[in-house]
Design a protein around this ligand. Structure first.
Ligand code: PEP
Ligand code: MG
Length: 566
């Protein structure tokens, strides 16, 4: 059986499934006989103590692994000790003769019901903590210690609905071959942990826990986002080989991580990071990079019920800018629509969302959102080297309209007496119509970055989210490389920086071609940096130019892929 999800951390593995399910059995409404009150109260008090010990253990483990996450467990310990909860539960047991587990469940439920009503995302997060604590108390009441991924006996493929920080605290990475989950996107906690531990992960597999059994054999290929259940012997062999090759290769690539990215003939290539937020994990690879090549700001808007305020955005942007000091930070304005939706805003369903009100178009039709973001960026620009970039630009009209809006907001802020810094203005080259007029665009803006993910989708007319047309979405299509060449040549001739921040920029196979086409700035996810630096070191400019020339002469994507693989 083949399951599909999103590959969130690269690699391949084959092994037995270990189902990690943190759900607890909801206790039924039950009462105790007269005389049993003290026993239930004592048991609650001892469960409470055990929970505190358990949480402290996790906090200490997390402190070593990720200090910012350790605070979660300090907060959860406070919940266990909460004064009101600790008056209510004993009162229900002693005065109303509720069974202890029913009292725990019900008293926490009352708090949770109130918290769930709010739309404030911070309070919603608080609700998740109350939920976690309640599960821990009830599991302890039932005599079940918290299952820990730190005590796995043998290497397994973990299958879960989702993994929370408390689940992964102290995780023994030598015992985890791969992680597969029902929930979780590429920016989820699970994805971040998997990437930083180098564990292959496929997330977002619908209905996963309904398909898998404990101990069942699974072959995971995270690069493709697939899981094969009960694979045949030939597949098991193939995946074992893939997994071995992957780990040896990873170890070798790691040796390049701290080095500067130089071609074999000594030309420096700038390495940018693609980040999705200002969290410490996102910024932790700063030492290995020369810039933030793409700060996808939309994640600040997604998965919440309201819009981020100007101040909130200012604080995040400032944090990233301060972390990168003089290194450029390319902040991309909200890129919503298409595959990315916001819960805080009703976006009308469109027949063809990728050809619709997406990226900058959505912002033009919601000017307050765009202006708030520009104001926050202008204010933050005082604290570092900020370059602002706009997605889905398709014409010179778009660029002029944007420049006018920026000028107006600058003027307003000055009148309000708010200090602002300088920022470069740039565009993503991801729509063919702007790539083809790149010489004109280069006169209008300070820089550009090629969004190869969308450029490929629009050039090949193949929806990047639709698996039915996957074979038509060809990243190595000669047209993609030709169009990259057009944009790079135009911007280079105008003396304006141009980079690439789509997935192609993090693909080792494509590196010689990109360098050969004239790119000197590449941006990618942190997990790809080591392999890309190694690919850069293996090629000279002369060789790269020969490779690029050859690639442009091929007729099909398959021919190009075969040539590059060799
Ligand atoms: C791209 O299109 O290549 C890109 C980097 O943007 P996103 O993947 O966020 O659309
Ligand atoms: Mg894009």
């Amino acid at each position: 059986m083949l399951l599909n999800g999103k590959g969130a951390a690269p690699g391949a593995a084959v092994g037995s499934i270990y189902i990690y399910n943190e759900k607890f059995n909801t206790p039924s409404e039950s009462y105790i006989s007269k005389g049993q009150e003290q026993t239930h109260l004592d048991r609650y008090l001892s469960v409470k103590d055990e929970a505190l010990i358990e949480l402290e253990k996790i906090r200490l483990a997390m402190q070593k692994l990720d200090p910012s996450k350790a605070e979660i467990f300090t907060a959860q310990k406070e919940i266990v000790k909460d004064i009101i909860i600790n008056e209510e539960i004993p009162a229900k047991i002693m005065n109303e003769r509720w069974a202890g587990n029913w009292a725990i469940y019900h008293v926490y439920e009352t708090v949770l019901a109130a918290l769930r009503k709010t739309t404030d995302p911070l309070i919603a997060e608080r609700a998740a903590d109350f939920d976690d604590v309640r599960a821990l108390l009830i599991n302890l009441w039932n005599g079940q210690r918290k299952k820990s991924l730190s005590t796995l006996k043998e290497p397994v493929v973990i299958a879960a609905h989702d993994l929370k920080p408390s689940d992964t605290a102290g995780l023994d990475r030598s015992k985890v071959l791969a992680i597969i989950t029902e929930a979780g996107g590429i920016t989820s906690h699970t994805a971040i942990i998997a990437k930083s531990y180098g564990i292959p992960a496929v997330l977002g597999i619908h209905g996963l826990l309904g398909f898998v059994k404990h101990g069942q054999l699974a072959a995971v290929e995270a690069t493709k986002g697939t899981v094969i259940l009960d694979p045949e012997e030939s597949i098991v062999k193939e995946y074992r080989k893939k997994s071995g090759v992957f780990s040896r290769d990873k170890k070798d690539a790691e040796t390049f991580l701290k080095k500067e990215a130089l071609t074999s003939c000594g030309v420096k290539i700038d390495i940018g990071l693609n980040i999705s937020g200002a969290e410490d994990e996102e910024l932790s690879s700063e030492h290995y990079a020369d810039s933030v090549g793409l700060f996808r700001t939309e994640f600040m808007y997604i998965e919440r019920n309201d819009l981020p305020t100007e101040d909130e955005q200012f604080v995040s942007y400032k944090k990233v800018l301060e972390c990168f000091g003089e290194k450029p930070v390319i902040l991309r304005t909200l890129d919503i629509g298409g595959d990315k939706q916001m819960t805080g805003l009703v976006i009308e369903n469109e027949e063809n969302p990728f050809l619709g009100n997406r990226g900058i178009r959505f912002c033009f039709s919601n000017p307050n959102i765009l202006r708030t973001q520009i104001r926050a960026a202008l204010r933050a620009s005082l604290y570092g080297n900020l370059w602002i970039m706009f997605p889905m630009v398709s014409s010179i009209d778009d660029i002029r309209r944007l420049k006018n809006i920026i000028a107006e907001e600058k003027e307003k802020l000055k009148k309000e007496g708010v200090k602002i810094g300088e920022m470069k203005i740039g565009i993503m080259v991801e729509v063919p119509s702007i790539a083809l007029v790149a010489e004109v665009a280069a006169q209008e803006v300070d820089f550009a970055s090629i969004g190869s993910n969308d450029l490929c989708q629009y050039l090949c007319a193949a929806d990047r989210m639709n698996s039915e047309v996957e074979s038509y979405y060809q990243s190595y299509h000669p047209a993609v490389f030709r169009m990259i060449k057009t944009a790079v040549t135009a911007f280079t001739a105008a003396g304006k920086p141009i980079s690439i921040c789509g997935e192609l920029g993090g693909d080792p196979l494509a590196i010689p071609v990109l360098i050969g086409l004239g790119l000197r700035k590449l941006s990618m996810g942190a997990a790809s940096v080591a392999a890309i630096k190694r690919a850069i070191a293996s090629v000279s400019i002369k060789k790269a130019e020969e490779i690029a020339k050859k690639v442009l002469q091929f007729s099909t994507a398959a021919e190009i892929e075969e040539f590059l693989s060799k």
